[in-house]
Design a protein around this ligand. Structure first.
Ligand code: TYD
Length: 206
């Protein structure tokens, strides 16, 4: 029986998810919750290895379907090895990206199709669903600019601005269609965005 909560953070590249997840995790731990932070693709030894294959700039010839299946494979391992046991243990799991990343990046931006990507992932998810998804919204140009200033770009980040524009628009479309996604304006200071996230989490936990 599931007792914990799965909260996913989503958003275009460079939206500041990883920093916000750390701040949120500290906040929840200080309030006495048992918290586990993980990320996609990754979060287990096997999933991190898959991550390296996906994001490697040398794998430029990777087909979109291969990419979608690898993200799903990485997710399947993370769910079985980490997320399910943590939820059964009553933990709040904070996941840096989850299945909506595949819907947006592979389904919409790569053009595989939302239904098709959902279908691939139904097997990987094995019934696990996020209880709440927070989408940190920043313009894709701004996000990529942030990434560029931090480090060398990976294969996905190097997909060009047309691709990232589709990602941005894909997130807007998804947030409009689904009522379990809360959009947070990421164009502000870290503390401001953190407070917005905390307000959403607090009202959700009530
Ligand atoms: P992420 O770890 O968020 O990047 P960062 O190195 O900035 O922390 O995600 C890696 C990339 O993978 C990112 O460009 C988004 C992409 N992605 C997909 O295309 N599909 C997916 O299902 C997931 C989880 C990520």
């Amino acid at each position: 029986m599931k007792k914990g909560l799965l909260i996913a953070l989503e958003g275009p590249d460079g939206s500041g998810k990883s920093t916000q997840i750390k701040m949120l995790s500290n906040y929840l731990e200080n309030k006495g919750y048992k918290v586990l932070v993980t990320r996609e693709p990754g979060g287990t030894k096997i999933s991190e290895n898959i991550r390296n294959i996906i994001l490697d700039n040398n794998n430029a010839e990777m087909s979109s379907v291969c990419e979608a299946l690898l993200y799903a494979a990485s997710r399947a391992q993370l769910i079985e090895e980490v997320i399910k046991p943590a939820l059964e243990d009553g933990t709040i799991v904070l996941c840096d990206r989850f299945v909506y990343s595949s819907i947006v990046y592979q389904g919409i931006a790569r053009g595989i199709g939302v239904k098709e990507v959902q279908c691939i992932n139904d097997i990987a998810l094995n019934g696990v669903k996020a209880d709440l998804t927070l989408m940190i919204n920043v313009e894709y140009e701004k996000g990529l600019e942030r990434k560029c200033s931090q480090r060398k770009l990976d294969r996905l980040e190097n997909c060009g601005s047309d691709f990232h524009k589709k990602v941005y628009n894909g997130y807007q479309q998804l947030a409009k269609e689904l009522n379990n996604i809360v959009t947070i304006d990421g164009n502000n200071t870290l503390d401001y965005v953190h407070n917005k996230i905390v307000n959403e989490i607090e009202s959700f936990l009530k």
